[in-house]
Design a protein around this ligand. Sequence first.
Ligand code: ADP
Ligand code: MG
Ligand code: ZN
Length: 487
Amino acid sequence: MATNSLDSIMEKWEPVIGLEVHAQLATQSKIFCRCRRTYGAAPNSHTCPVCLGYPGVLPVLNEQVVEFAIRMGQAVGCRVRSLSRFARKNYFYPDLPKGYQISQYDEPLCEGGSLSFYMEDGSVKTVGITRIHLEEDAGKAIHGLEDESYIDFNRCGTPLVEIVSEPDIRSPQEARRYLERLKQTLQYAGVSEADMEKGHLRCDANISVRPRGDGEFGTRTEMKNLNSFRGVERGLAYEIRRQVDILEQGGEVEQCTLTWDEAASETHLLRTKEEAQDYRYFPEPDLVPLEVDPDWVKAIKAELPELPAQIEERFTRDYNLRFQDIEILTRERELAAYYEAVVDGGVSPTEAARWVLGEVLRVLKEEHQEIGEFPMRPEALSELIKLCSQGIINRNTAKSVFDIMLTENLSAAEIVKRDQLGQVSDSATLEDTVLQVVSGLPAELERYRKGETRLLGFFMGQVMQATKGKGDPQVVRGILQRVLDEA
Ligand code: ADP
Ligand code: MG
Ligand code: ZN
């Protein structure tokens, strides 16, 4: 394998990547039956003759599934077909009891959209969306101990959209950002929880490389099982190197399907072109063609919730924050809402951002929590920030109060009062402390007077320590400066 850095490989070679992403729709029930869509329920507890594929049963299309798919289509600017069709994709696998998956083939529900997002350097990238179609998920094979395998059919018939991109992606980083933006859009549109850990978002990548400047695409391979953001980036980098290596040695890339093994950081061959399955797609005879009233599409479009690009624009306009900060604050709708609630509590947007990006995100990371599980109400955080900006406590004290608030059900003001944490800004008291500290350090005072003025910081530290961190730093600094210069 090449040891050259990916950057140097990419000076000569250009990757061409298209992603196929499956997203689970957050409907109450499954796509063709009334079973509940579940996660983590007892195996096979949410199944019925329809989703188990008994002979003679008939699928009935769930209207909410269609609505969610149309909403996602509208969120990325797709056209919605007034007539689309379901098709059977035939293959044999134990988790697919019917022996075919109901999907859409040559007449998908949505076509021709795009998704734009920021790259790390602030540039904007746009990737075309070829199509969004509906399909049902299969069950789950669980390979247990002692060579036993089990099948859980609860997932059978879970509604999915498959979102297919144009081959517009040009690097592993772009692929990752595309996927992050897609997840964010699904969540903002309210059509999917898009939780990768729960398998709500699964990604396959098609990838080829070509000499930079070449107009034609190279032979592509398909990589399955890129089910984390890190996996997408690492798997694609691995495959780019592999293809470039073959081409640089004068070989040819063979069209094949690979699977990414995250733990081993390598790909395994699933099948080559010659063995590629023929799915024998044909129109699903048990479902009538799906007719969509254009007025319904219009209504769905009119009621679209705020989307990522819109909230980014609004935050830029209203809060005047750095683009990098906005990006983090709006990545999840719940975090953005939390931040806005803190601001609404009467705090400056900059201060609120500082606390949410700093302390709140730190705790979420340490505790492996989602913002929805964060115990501190935004109003409570606003109160704390206000005590700080009013000078009642200083920033360091505020951080300790923040930590106490997480474990004790007390307000910031109650903690400050109980623990007597109020900042001392009374000049007479502080002057006493300053005089005491300075007179206790004659050697340093001597050096200061001989011109070593940088010792001011040292004296500051000593005084702040003597006040147990409660001295108002600005007042202390003023008094100290005067005392040292007069001494
Ligand atoms: P299939 O039916 O075999 O899945 P599609 O034409 O639907 O093939 O394309 C699947 C994905 O492959 C799309 O995301 C598309 O953008 C991407 N793709 C097509 N050609 C190439 C190529 N030469 N290199 C990389 N990706 C490609
Ligand atoms: Mg495909
Ligand atoms: Zn069912």
